[in-house]
Ligand binder design. Structure first.
Ligand code: NAD
Length: 494
């Protein structure tokens, strides 16, 4: 077994710590279905220990009191260490999530490093402003950290999504308790140690692995937690927001998506189809900002579907350890079953499977992995559940539109609003339609162009709050106003 994902412990108060109850859970390699290792099954007692450590680090420790520049140095060292230890992190994300190694290296690991780099710059921008006021006073604002942040993250991009929250929260001077997804906990435990190596003081980052209903729920309810940063499904997010609401904790909710991808007749069709394929197979479709709903101008619908029929089966699928692989397994058997149920439902709803629809035939170790074929479906009615719900796998539905108004109406017709995209050569249309789509981010003539400087987040059932960009700091700071009386001196008698 590699030292990279050896049986690790929880990380609390700067130390590897066995869970209070001593329980552990299996971690499965989705590319083979075999048990890879185990991780601690933390519960409310472990969450309590982690929150106490984070609370002490915030109330008494150096981290919130350090200058932004000193915090920036630590965060920058984290970025450097991520790159130095990239091989280990690629191995972890590939084994734990089933990610193709090329994706893990160039997207997951590199993005995490960039986030720490970007947030190290943000740490030096926490300033306030002087306010002009008619009252006889000097009035100014300060931006201050919130305290202890409870971060809860999903299974699909464990390293990126935890770094998104932790780097921004730490930049602002908060301390963090992180509860990663039950089925992909390994990079979180690795990163806890890496942050300590980079110089993060004891208690600044604590990681408790375990299930949502046990460890996650305990974090939501803990009175020592000042803010919840949640990324996950809309169903769980709704519950998490209401539990946090009972305790009047501020929340950021990054939830599900079901992005519409519009191709107008004047688009560069070859480039558009390339982006369409990327948008639905990226990370084996387990991407909140995926584009699983293709909306095509009626006059080019059949031509686009034909190109997809020919091209999609050729996307390299298989062993995540092969650098050429683009589509790996689903991250868990339950995720594959859910995709297969949606494909069966599509058949019942009258859909036509253009390509895919089954399991690929793989041999050797890979025969036990959780693979599904990339699948393209046409002919579904507008009220189809497969069109309107989040499938979260490599499944693309195709519908046609007659004009711009219908395209926008179809695009905005689901409950979600995370990402959307459009392809056109008409610049005026690009701006016009981008402004009409219900989505936190809109891409034009490509898909998944993401950068730590560019904010993203949801509208409607995709959540609220923004991550990335300077906006991320807003979510982890509060404003304090200071007003100093400057009484007018009494007039001296002449
Ligand atoms: P999930 O909602 O099942 O789990 C997310 C996290 O919540 C996990 O850590 C889980 O253990 C925890 N959790 C579960 N029940 C809980 C409870 N009762 N109390 C507290 N915590 C609980 O999501 P998932 O299946 O891991 O991830 C996939 C979902 O995440 C998809 O819907 C996807 O769109 C969404 N997602 C959103 C974004 C975004 O930025 N908007 C990014 C990635 C994934």
């Amino acid at each position: 077994m590699s030292a990279t994902y050896e049986d690790r412990q929880l990380f609390i108060d700067g130390r590897d710590t066995a869970s209070a109850a001593g329980r552990r859970m299996d971690v499965i390699d989705p590319s083979t279905g075999n048990v890879l290792t185990t991780a601690p099954l933390g519960d409310a007692a472990d969450i309590d220990a982690a929150v106490v450590a984070a609370r002490r680090a915030f109330d008494e420790g150096p981290w919130p009191r350090m200058s932004g520049r000193d915090r920036a140095r630590v965060l920058h060292r984290v970025a450097d260490l991520i790159r130095e230890r990239a091989d280990e992190l690629v191995e972890i994300e590939s084994r734990d999530v089933g990610k193709p190694v090329t994706l893990a290296r160039h997207v997951d690991v590199e993005t995490a490093a960039q986030q720490y780099e970007y947030c190290s710059a943000l740490a030096q921008t926490l300033d306030g402003s002087v306010r002009d006021t008619p009252i006889p006073a000097l009035a100014y604002t300060r931006r201050e950290p919130l305290g202890v942040v409870g971060a809860i993250t999903p299974f699909n991009f464990p390293l990126i999504l935890s770094s998104t929250k932790i780097a921004a929260a730490l930049a602002a001077g908060n301390t963090v308790v992180h509860k990663p997804a039950d089925d992909t906990p390994l990079s979180a435990l690795f990163m806890a140690r890496l942050l300590a190596d980079a110089g993060a003081p004891e208690g600044v980052l604590n990681v408790v692995t375990g299930t949502g209903p046990e460890a996650g729920d305990a974090l939501l309810r803990h009175p020592g937690v000042d803010k919840i940063a949640f990324t996950g499904s809309t169903a769980v997010g709704r519950r998490a927001a209401s539990v946090a609401g009972e305790h009047l904790k501020p929340v950021t909710m990054e939830l599900g998506g079901n992005g519409a991808h519009l191709v107008f007749a004047d688009a560069d069709i070859e480039s558009a189809v390339g982006a369409v394929i990327k948008a639905f197979v990226f990370n084996t479709g387990q991407f909140c900002m995926a584009g699983p709903r293709l909306l095509v101008a009626a006059e080019v619908h059949d031509a686009v579907v034909e190109v997809l029929r020919q091209a999609v089966p050729g996307v390299p699928l298989g062993d995540p350890r092969d650098p050429a692989t683009v589509i790996g397994p689903m991250a868990g058997d339950q995720h594959r079953k859910k995709v297969e149920e949606y494909v069966a439902l599509a058949r019942q709803e009258g859909g036509r499977i253009v390509t895919g629809g089954g399991r690929p035939e793989l041999t050797g170790d890979l025969a036990g992995g959780f693979y599904v074929e990339p699948t393209v479906i046409t002919g579904l009615p507008a009220d189809s559940r497969v069109v309107n719900e989040e499938v979260f796998g490599p499944v693309l539905t195709v519908q046609s539109f007659a004009d711009e108004d219908e395209a926008v109406a179809l695009a905005n017709s689901t409950a979600y609003g995370l990402a959307a995209g459009l392809h056109t050569r008409d610049l005026a249309r690009a701006h016009r339609v981008a402004g009409r789509l219900d989505a936190g981010i809109v891409w034009v003539n490509d898909w998944a162009m993401l950068d730590p400087a560019v904010p993203f987040g949801g509208v409607k059932q995709s959540g609220f709050g923004r991550e990335y960009g300077p906006e991320a700091l807003e979510a982890y700071t509060k404003t304090r106003s200071v007003v100093i009386s400057l009484p007018t001196p009494p007039q001296e008698e002449s």
